[in-house]
Design a protein around this ligand. Structure first.
Ligand code: KG4
Ligand code: ZN
Length: 343
């Protein structure tokens, strides 16, 4: 029997240091993700601290990942790492280590776009069929893509200011929830009255795929200050009202997208929601209701693949290998790396 292809991946674009080893049947041989907690006290990721920490952590978790997978470095066929977008220090640390491993063993190195990692993360354990609409909701991006196939991504729209996860984090900070505040805010929202605060819906009247979130964050800031002492009740009600508004914005955008697909006569079976914010239950539930009404299936990664992880990077590497994409040892990491767009 032919030996399977084994892939080693590193993800270091922000504050998660992650390595994974998978095979071409998408079996996870090992995965280790370390969240750098050191940034919490600064209220955001400090790039210099992040890159130093990536270096320290990788030196420990790379050997551990081989031990866990019960394989030797020589058994790896393909090496890959996130090469953008993200914080350049972290990208350089992760990609240089993976490139050196590949170069030392004379094996291929594949540079991977972090956003493509998220976009195909549903493909790991559900059946992602093309064409597909993907809502990419992360700490740095809020985008809607029409995916035609692996490698063909058409950006339909995105946030013109803050990203959705960033907004969760900024509002979380205003409510004293620490960093990153998304998951804590979701938890707090379950205890509050979602009708208590009436927050703005930016771009409500505009027809289009773009988002805007900065006005909501400003409104929360003003309302919180106006209330003087931010007690527990205000916090709960604000968390619930904020999350309700975010859900409303996403719902509206999904309905607009479905109308667009009908108008263009583009048929598909599933819609995907990916990225760190796809961990949010309320968001998934409400998008799912709209999908069901339109005979579509909402797919999303499991919780463990919503946030940043190297499995989704290894997954893209495998998909690129399958479509005969060329490896690129000399690829330069780029903090603003764009995804291959096809208009
Ligand atoms: O995809 P991700 O791990 O990193 C980026 O590529 O940016 O996304 C991180 C973002 C953070 O802003 C975090 O607060 C948010 O995802 N997040 C959530 C939840 N869990 C994580 N936002 C809302 N609800 C959640 N349960
Ligand atoms: Zn991410």
């Amino acid at each position: 029997m032919k030996r399977s292809v084994i892939i080693f991946a590193i993800e270091t674009s922000c504050d998660e240091t992650s390595v994974a080893i998978i095979n071409d049947r998408k079996k996870i041989l090992s995965q280790i993700t370390v969240n750098q907690k050191d940034h919490s006290k600064f209220g955001g990721v400090v790039p210099e601290i992040a890159s130093r920490a990536h270096l320290q952590i990788l030196q420990k978790i790379i050997p551990d990942s081989f031990k866990k997978a019960k394989i030797n470095i020589n058994d790896i066929d393909l090496f890959c790492a996130t090469c953008g977008p993200g914080l350049i220090g972290g990208l350089l640390v992760g990609s240089t280590i993976a490139k050196s491993m590949a170069a030392g063993l004379n094996k291929p190195f594949y540079p991977i776009n972090h956003l493509e990692g998220h976009l195909l993360s549903t493909n790991f354990n559900s059946k992602l069929e093309f064409p597909n609409i993907a809502f990419l909701l992360t700490g740095g991006h809020t985008q809607i893509y029409l995916i035609e196939s692996v490698g063909k991504y058409q950006l339909l729209g995105e946030s013109i200011d803050d990203a959705i996860g960033e907004t969760f984090d900024k509002v979380g900070k205003l409510l004293g929830l620490g960093y990153p505040g998304g998951a804590a805010l979701e938890k707090l929202a379950t205890k509050g009255d979602e009708k208590f605060f009436n927050l703005p819906h930016p771009l409500e009247k505009e027809k289009g795929f773009n988002f805007s979130f900065s006005g909501i964050k400003t409104a929360v800031n003003i309302l919180v200050k106006k209330n003087g002492k931010v007690d527990a009740k205000i916090k709960k009600n604000m968390a619930a009202s904020f999350q309700k508004k975010i859900v409303e914005i996403l719902n509206k955008k999904l309905i607009f997208t479905l109308d667009y697909l009908k108008e263009k006569n583009i048929r598909m079976k599933n819609i995907s929601v990916v990225g760190g914010v796809a961990a949010n239950k309320k968001i998934k539930e409400s998008l799912n209701i709209i999908c069901k009404k339109n005979n579509l299936k909402l797919i999303h990664p499991p919780l463990s693949l919503c946030g940043d992880n190297a499995i989704m990077i290894a997954n893209v590497c495998l998909e690129h290998f399958k479509i005969n994409k060329k490896p690129e040892l000399n690829f330069k990491s780029d903090p603003r790396l764009q995804i291959n767009e096809k208009k």
